[in-house]
Ligand binder design. Structure first.
Ligand code: IVH
Length: 665
């Protein structure tokens, strides 16, 4: 087995990489990797975490559902969190799932199998039969309110088709854009000189997350419904029954679904749908198999945020062959040189592929990838595909081997490869490519979130020599923007105001924006809470940093090195001169919930999950997703399931909402 420290490094790398991909995929709607690549990372991390549960990082993507909401829409707390699904990538994995499930539930079981739509998941809320709001999943707890846009979708009933509607029901579904409409949309966008979308999923997401509802209205979106959230005044025994009811109420439900009583029947359904896949008018990436009986779903329980009684049974990613015309080298924020293959454009999984990542030199050598090679590339609805293998028998002898340069292709400085690392880095502290990436990170959503300061503009600002450090952004004059491509009075003023308006970021955003290696948003939050300012971090010892919850030796070392490095320290100090970070609310030393861990389960009578979480965190406590011996309290509402059972087993104190509120006073 690998030594613990290298395992830990790898886990941290995976967490960072997956977070980055998640951020692009869920928040920016601009995927960077193929599903296959993403799944591989996720799996590797899953395996490592299973082997070394003690090394799991606090910001592990496996502990949460998706990305953070954007800032532009108002937020909605889901009454019940929107969970995610574990994957089965082949038949064996599905049969393993079946075996596990049979050990978890009592009595006879049936599965409900249906299509896994590749779109944007959405929560639709109906009160007394009236459509009242729609929200995106967001991070699973809090989503964005997109009611106006969803209202434009004709397959979403504005009123339930019944005389006796339930008092409340949340219906979950997937917004999708049919493939043909997606292709037409891209043609139109191109003709108008506007941004095209990588795939139908992104187009659907981009249409829903538009401030102007006329945009969503102009796009033929549709919603397929499949899920049940919070509900009052109605009960369902089975998912199949629930979906029948949905149809009666007027929702669109997938046309293909089946109740199966054996795993073999599910496999048959899986294969039948796979044969249909290419002729379906919309993208699917698998089928979803769920225990049909809702009491059994609860009985099977939950692992982090996945119900154990359901699985996404995926189809193999789509593959296609093409030719590598050129290999270019990109330089990232930390100087990493990444080789990227420019390939002859091909259609794959509903999008046109032009580039494929080659990861690093080792990968190129291992697969013996050469310029001019015919290769098999693979993607499943994402932007950057990967080269699966070289089709070596199609070589004609003219193919050229590729070696990463010894110098940075952008600044010409030396490059270095640390022992044990696959990555080659440009060592220069003045590399323009690194600077551009650093600035991009600094202004991006999770960091300062400066609206309108996109990649192209950052590029021009750096090229003009106006921005040499992040702090320089704040010295830019309004008239300067007029010199940039495509800028006029109004746009200059807007960007200027956006930058000036960013002078008071929350402290954690500033810490995250510094781009310290291993410091993701979650770590930045913990650091902000513990240190209460940026200044104390300059002199924090590795030991002091390690005392922070969830910061291990490697992260601590990285933070320490960052602030001891004269160049980065100077950059950080310069930022303190121009910014006024908003400090996190101090938790008093005698805060009632200090050091206490809570688990929320079921629906509380008045508090949303978001509300309860805020109360707990404001009073110094932590909210966890699963019950263990370390749990201090379980706050249980209506329809609390397996967590409540577990709490009782372990003798953990269970509170109802009233008792919880009393305790918080
Ligand atoms: S059931 C616990 N059914 O796939 C979550 N999900 O990978 C219950 N999806 O977040 C989800 N089609 O956005 C379910 N027929 C279907 C689905 C489906 C697409 C999406 C959904 C979910 C994701 C999980």
């Amino acid at each position: 087995m690998a030594p613990a420290s290298s395992t830990k490094t790898r886990m941290a790398e995976l967490v960072r990489e997956i977070q980055r991909l998640d951020h692009h995929y869920y928040v920016l709607d601009e995927p960077l990797a193929s599903d296959a690549e993403y799944d591989r990372l996720l799996r590797e991390l899953q395996e490592l975490e299973a082997q070394h549960p003690d090394l799991r990082l606090p910001d592990s993507p496996l502990l949460r559902v998706g990305g953070k909401p954007l800032d532009k829409f108002s937020k909605i707390s889901h009454r019940q969190p929107m969970l995610s699904l574990a994957n089965a990538l082949n038949e064996k994995e599905f049969l393993d799932f079946d075996e596990r499930v049979r050990k978890l539930v009592e009595g006879q079981l049936e599965y409900y199998a249906e299509l896994k739509f590749d779109g944007l998941s959405i929560n639709l809320t109906y009160q007394d039969g009236q459509f009242v709001s729609a929200a995106t999943r967001g991070d699973g707890e809090i989503g964005e309110e997109v009611t106006q846009n969803i209202r434009t979708i004709r397959s979403v009933p504005l009123k339930l088709n019944t005389k006796e509607p339930p008092a409340l029901i949340e219906v979950r579904g997937e917004v999708v854009l049919p493939i043909q409409d997606f292709e037409k949309l891209n043609r139109d966008q191109e003709a108008k000189g506007q941004k095209t979308f990588a795939n139908p999923r992104n187009a659907a997401a981009g249409s829903v997350r538009q401030l102007d509802p006329s945009v969503a209205a102009s796009r033929p979106l549709t919603v397929f419904c499949y899920g049940l959230g919070a509900h009052e005044g109605i009960r369902f025994k089975r998912l199949s029954e629930f979906e029948e009811q949905l149809k009666k109420w007027g929702f669109r439900v997938g046309e293909w679904n089946r109740v199966c009583s054996t795993p073999q029947e599910v496999l048959k359904f899986y294969r039948e749908i796979e044969a249909k896949r290419d002729s379906l008018p919309f993208e699917i990436d698998g089928i979803v198999v769920k225990l049909d009986r809702l009491d059994q779903v609860d009985q099977a329980g939950y692992v982090s945020r996945n119900p154990r009684g359901m699985i996404a049974f995926k189809y193999p990613p789509r593959q296609e062959s093409t030719v590598i015309e050129e290999i270019i080298v990109q330089v990232g924020r930390t100087g990493a040189l990444t080789p990227v293959a420019l390939v002859k454009p091909v259609r794959l999984g509903g999008a046109t592929v032009r580039r494929a990542t080659l990861h690093n030199q080792d990968e190129i050598d291992r697969k013996d990838i050469r310029v001019g090679d015919h290769v098999l590339i693979q993607r499943a609805g994402d932007v950057i595909p990967e080269v699966v293998q070289v089709l070596a028998d199609r070589r004609n002898g003219s193919e050229k081997k590729f070696k990463l340069p010894n110098r940075c292709p952008v600044c010409g400085s030396a490059v270095e490869r640390k022992e044990g690392e696959a990555v080659v880095r440009c060592v220069s502290r003045n590399c323009v490519a690194q600077l551009k990436e650093r600035i991009r990170h600094f202004v991006a959503k999770g960091a300062l979130n400066i609206e309108g300061l996109g990649e192209k503009i950052v590029e021009q600002l750096v090229d003009a020599g106006w921005v040499k450090h992040p702090a320089d952004l704040f010295d830019l004059k309004e008239k300067q923007f007029l010199e940039l491509e495509g800028f006029a009075e109004k746009s200059s003023q807007k960007l200027f105001e956006a930058i000036q308006g960013a002078r008071k970021p929350e402290l954690y955003r500033l810490i995250y924006g510094l781009g310290i290696r291993h410091v993701g948003e979650q770590t930045a939050k913990v650091l902000a809470q513990k240190f209460g300012g940026l200044e104390p971090l300059f002199d924090a010892s590795v030991e002091a940093l390690q005392e922070v919850d969830d910061v291990g030796p490697e992260v601590a070392q990285s933070i320490h090195d960052f602030f001891k490095d004269p160049v980065s320290a100077k950059e950080a100090r310069a930022l303190l001169k121009v910014l006024n970070p908003v400090l996190p609310k101090k938790v008093a030393a005698n805060a009632p919930f200090l050091g206490k861990t809570f688990v929320l389960t079921g629906t509380l009578p008045t508090l949303s999950r978001g509300d309860a979480t805020k109360i707990i965190e404001d009073l110094g406590g932590k909210v966890s997703g699963s019950v263990s011996k370390k749990t201090d309290y379980v706050v249980a509402g209506e329809e609390a399931g397996s967590k409540l059972v577990k709490a009782r087993e372990l003798g953990v104190t269970v509170l109802d909402e009233a008792q919880f509120l009393k305790l918080s006073r």
